[in-house]
Design a protein around this ligand. Sequence first.
Ligand code: GLN
Length: 276
Amino acid sequence: VTTVGALLGALRARLAHLAEGPREAELLVGAALGVGRARLIAYPESAVTERDAQRALALAEERARGRPVAQLLGRREFWSLELEVTEAVLVPRPETELLVELGLAAIAAHADPRVADLGAGSGAIGLAIAHERSDARVELIEQSPAALAVACGNARRLGVANVVAKLGDWCAPLVGRYELILANPPYLAADDAALPGLAHEPRAALVAGATGIEALARIAASAPAYLASGGLLALEHGADQGEAVRALLARASLGGIATARDLAGHERVTHGRRTG
Ligand code: GLN
């Protein structure tokens, strides 16, 4: 038998090398004990059974070996929505909320907008928009059946009814015209130095080719044909891909092309409108 405080100390030490180590230690101890963070901090002298302590230490071991906390907890908060996360989907990243923000602004003045989230993964982007705009009709497009099942489960659990799921590759399942098409496609280069640290997430969500621009180029070439007049295409990309994506959207004859920076100051989302 140990105490909450001692167990927290052990996990903090085990995860000290991680940027978010202290916070992650609290999340994992909380998950192992089935109690919230506030309670852990308030009652450090509470007794912990050997079984619960072993469970917390095992979670920390898996975390230290690279598994994301979101997978260990089975959930991640995005846009204030609690999403189920499994190894079938990319863990939603905070910077992707920028894509949601820009998308919502683009359809603010449009009633009953049609929206498509290409490569929806957990459904984070499309579900956030559908949740904010109950009049929107949002399509979650995903080529991985396992990922699409996670997205559908999230829609059901959150009670978001104005979405439909479509299995398929980027624009292939689209029909008609949309006011908003968004995507956070795989954009890392096949030799990106970050990839070894992302080994527990689906490679298809991270890498689409040698340079990282391949999926962005395919979407930029195919999506404008499905935009309504005035409709917006918004693409998340890597910090060093802004110029390339602006060029792709210009080649696709979109107008008002601009790039937004994320909270870290990196170029992160480039968008353009169909003018004709
Ligand atoms: N933003 C992710 C990362 O850097 C990459 C996601 C993607 O390729 N779409 O971990």
